[in-house]
Design a protein around this ligand. Structure first.
Ligand SMILES: [Zn+2]
Length: 333
């Protein structure tokens, strides 16, 4: 049986095109929680938050939040909170083993359920999530900035609810919106508490901006942060234009995730060199092996979403499968 180290050794290493910002000056915030800063307009409006570093090696979000903090933007209404989540993992980042920088003890984006947070269990990530939780409980609109293991088009993850799909359409970029229910092995912050309650007006989006260490990824992260701040009404385009991508966004397309492909062993292998967003025309096409098991597409025109073996292990989601849904759904939902 292969080990995770052997799997990773066979994967492509990506160049680190960006500098990792020193975020230590942001430790002392004004919220009572380290690495969380809040700017209140004093005018009634929503509390919006942009979170970076839910995964410690996803540096494009850290660059974005660092730049927004340095810019010192004052909201026109409501309150803007900017935070860095898994600082402990970020500070341990080692360029010779970049995939290991995702977390210290456990994946911080799988702990966001009351039963984990209220439990007596302990980990570096649970401690940090518990510290952040009182702030997150007051947030009306959240953008959680992530990046991807592999080079792939950016994805906006709306969650499964119509309110999330509408919010993704209001943000308006990037092109690909993924309608998904998260992971079987733990809840994401995007789905936490009121964010995942269809009866609540609170709302959250997660963006995957591109490969962790690409220069383009940091530009996409900044552009989507600006579009989020505009969509929530706390800032206007005149405040943010200099931070945004020059090109107009492409018309969005919406993809409904139907299946999570979860590895059963370290011997899982894809049938092809998938990068994400490939469309497999015929149902029954072989897309992966897991020991003796063959994994095939369940329907025609099946779309491959975020394939990666970087964190391979039994129980780990290694790809998701989706259908293209009516592009107008976002506007109608
Ligand atoms: Zn992530």
């Amino acid at each position: 049986m292969k080990t995770l180290e052997q799997v990773r050794a066979q994967l492509k290493a990506y160049p680190i095109e960006i500098d990792f910002p020193d975020i230590s000056p942001w430790k002392d915030g004004n919220t009572g929680v380290d690495y969380v800063h809040s700017i209140d307009s004093g005018i009634a409006g929503p509390h919006v938050m942009i979170m970076a570093l839910m995964h410690g090696n996803e540096v494009s979000g850290a660059i974005t939040v660092d730049r927004l903090l340095k810019a010192g933007l004052t909201p026109r209404q409501g309150r803007i909170t900017l935070g860095f989540a898994n600082v402990a993992a970020y500070q341990r980042f080692d360029a010779s083993n970049p995939d290991a920088g995702r977390y210290v003890d456990e994946d911080m984006n799988r702990v966001w359920s009351a039963d984990r947070l209220d439990s007596t269990q302990d980990s570096t990530e649970l401690r940090r999530a518990r510290a952040l939780r009182p702030i997150i409980d007051t947030v009306d609109y959240m953008l959680d900035l992530h990046s991807m293991h592999e080079v792939a088009p950016p994805l906006l993850l709306s969650g499964p609810l119509d309110k999330g799909i509408r919010f993704a359409a209001a943000v308006g970029a990037p092109e690909h919106v993924i309608i998904d229910a998260g992971h079987a092995n733990g809840k994401r912050m995007r789905d936490y508490a009121a964010f995942g309650d269809p009866a609540s007006s609170k709302n959250a989006l997660l963006i995957e901006t591109g490969q962790h260490f690409s220069s383009r990824s940091k530009d996409v992260a900044m552009d989507s942060a600006c579009r989020f701040l505009m969509a929530t009404g706390v800032l206007q385009s005149d405040d943010l234009r200099s931070f945004m991508l020059p090109e107009a966004p492409t018309l969005q397309r919406f993809f409904q995730v139907t299946d999570a492909v979860v590895a059963d062993s370290y011997d899982f292998e894809f049938a092809d060199d998938y990068r994400g967003m490939e469309i497999i025309a015929k149902a029954g096409s072989l897309i992966a092996h897991d020991k003796e098991a063959k994994i095939v597409t369940p329907y025609d025109n099946c779309v491959i979403i975020m394939p990666s073996l970087r964190h391979l292990g039994p129980g780990v989601t290694v790809m998701r499968l989706a259908r293209l849904v009516d592009a107008a759904r976002g506007a109608q939902a």
